[in-house]
Design a binder for this molecule. Structure first.
Ligand code: GLY
Ligand code: MN
Length: 487
């Protein structure tokens, strides 16, 4: 993977000046190759990738920012609403369905490419108006040919598909194809060099977002001022956030989207955010910093446990190791660190086996990342993160692990351990005597209940022999964070 070396030094200005072409997509061979590999994995029938449509915000003409479906982007590349991509597995023919823009559209939107022109950008020969898509699908259905679709996650798509096939909404699920899901997961799990290049660009934007947040984290500043500035950086680089920003001095709430607090000296600010590039590849990082720029000793003690857990987890990443085992290793580091501080007690290995550490880290170590920040989650988390060998656990904490299976070269994933003091959860466990052999509840309640939470998250590529951080590491040691916050 030698090509990574120079990409890591990518200059953020190049991201703006170096977009692939006017359509924001890879070269056509990339999409042709992906569709060919998909065809090799499937037996027969039709495969339909329904692109997303515009989605109304508060009235029909006021739409949310358009986000194309990631599977459509992966195989058909076009970031345009209202398209359908069809592959006939029996004839090998590929079709792009869509309506050409009218002069009325052009008046409001400016000059637009034709469907034929769009199709040629992705190496698809056949084009048809959208109205023809229903005929193709119904003909296949009448001939009992399989129609493979992926799970739907938008009501609009369910309505569109049921209208195309002239079936009831609740029958659409019958067309969701496990064979197609598995084939797509196989392909999308292994990132090619073009995707890695995009992911590195996303990380460069994320770097700027996070270091800016660090520098702004001063007492009396409102969280929303920082959240808004950080989102602006993502927008200013031609993309968007890869998910709604999580930024809070109450970081013990895992996905805290409330940004109305004024930062207070003595609190920690947790920022979990990432960007999408114009081609929609994501970054996803978390940093936790002391408001005002200086960690207290008590904060440092917890922070360094999380940092050790993250560094240790990262060092273990390589092909062939199950991510569930790495999750458990990070849990062991957390249990050992908390035991050293007297917050936990007993044997840390036993504590992890019983799931006692999950009082403090109730989530999984990480997830796949790519075109979706939780990559392919819409296809079903267990199809992406688990397989015949590794089934999802039921134990509290471990059950939240999105990726448990063995890693392969080319996977891109996050490592994001954390330690949180969640008052309601601590009180519930104490009241119900849960894992009381391993938790020093009195110490937690008297000394840590208003501590907040710490999470540290990096993005990694699994290489042939180990792992490589995606892009330059955002300041993470106590010294690096304090130095950055000073500047
Ligand atoms: N960074 C948000 C998440 O992984 O859930
Ligand atoms: Mn994440």
């Amino acid at each position: 993977m030698f090509f990574l070396v120079h990409l890591f030094n990518i200059n953020i200005n190049q991201i703006i000046n170096n977009q692939s072409n006017q359509y924001n997509m890879f070269k056509k061979d990339v999409y042709v190759g992906r569709r060919n590999r998909l065809k090799e994995k499937l037996k027969g029938g039709l495969v339909l990738f329904l692109g997303n449509t515009e989605s109304a915000f508060n009235y029909p003409d006021n739409a949310y920012h358009f986000r194309q479906d990631s599977n459509f982007l992966y195989f058909f590349g076009l970031d345009v609403p209202g398209l359908g991509g069809l592959i006939d597995l029996d004839s090998g023919k590929e079709y792009l369905f869509g309506n050409d823009f009218s002069i009325d559209d052009v008046i409001w939107m400016g000059p637009q490419p034709t469907i034929k022109e769009l199709a040629s950008e992705i190496g698809v020969e056949n084009t048809e108006p959208l109205t023809q898509l229903g005929n193709y699908l119904r003909n296949a259905n009448n001939q009992n040919r399989p129609i493979h679709v992926l799970p739907f996650y938008r009501g609009d798509s369910i309505v569109q598909f049921s209208n195309l096939l002239e079936i009831n909404h609740n029958e659409t699920e019958n067309y969701v194809s496990l064979e197609l899901i598995k084939a797509v997961v196989d392909l999308r799990s292994i990132k090619d060099k073009y995707e890695i290049e995009e992911l590195i660009k996303a990380s460069a934007i994320g770097y700027k977002m996070h270091t800016t947040a660090m520098k702004m984290a001063k007492p009396d500043v409102y969280e929303q001022e920082i959240a808004g500035t950080v989102e602006g950086i993502a927008l200013a680089h031609g993309g968007a956030l890869s998910f709604p920003i999580i930024l809070s001095q109450n970081g013990e709430t895992l996905h805290n989207h409330y940004h109305g607090n004024m930062l207070q000296e003595g609190k920690l600010m947790l920022t979990d955010t990432g960007a999408e590039t114009p081609l929609h590849y994501a970054s996803d990082n978390t940093r936790t910093v002391p408001v005002g720029g200086k960690f207290s000793q008590k904060q440092k003690d917890i922070y360094n446990i999380v940092l050790n857990a993250n560094n240790h987890a990262i060092s273990l990443i390589k092909p062939g190791i199950a991510y569930r085992d790495i999750h458990l290793e990070s849990a062991r580091i957390i249990a050992e660190g908390l035991t050293d501080l007297g917050i936990m007690k007993g044997n840390p290995a036993d504590a992890v086996r019983e799931g006692a550490h999950a009082l403090f880290m109730p989530h999984g170590l990480g997830h796949m990342m790519g075109l979706d920040v939780h990559d392919m989650e819409g296809l079903g988390e267990d199809h992406v993160g688990y397989d015949d060998e590794f089934k999802r656990a039921t134990q509290f904490g471990l059950s939240g692990l999105r990726l448990g299976r063995k890693l392969q070269e080319g996977f891109v994933l996050t490592s994001e351990p954390g330690i949180y003091f969640i008052p309601d959860l601590v009180k519930k466990w104490k009241a119900e005597n849960i894992n009381s052999n391993f938790i020093n509840f009195d110490k937690v309640l008297s000394e840590y209940i208003d501590f907040g939470g710490i999470r540290l998250e990096d993005d990694l590529l699994v290489t042939e022999t180990g792992q490589q951080l995606i892009g330059k590491r955002i300041p993470i040691t106590v010294e690096e964070v304090e130095e950055t916050m000073k500047s």
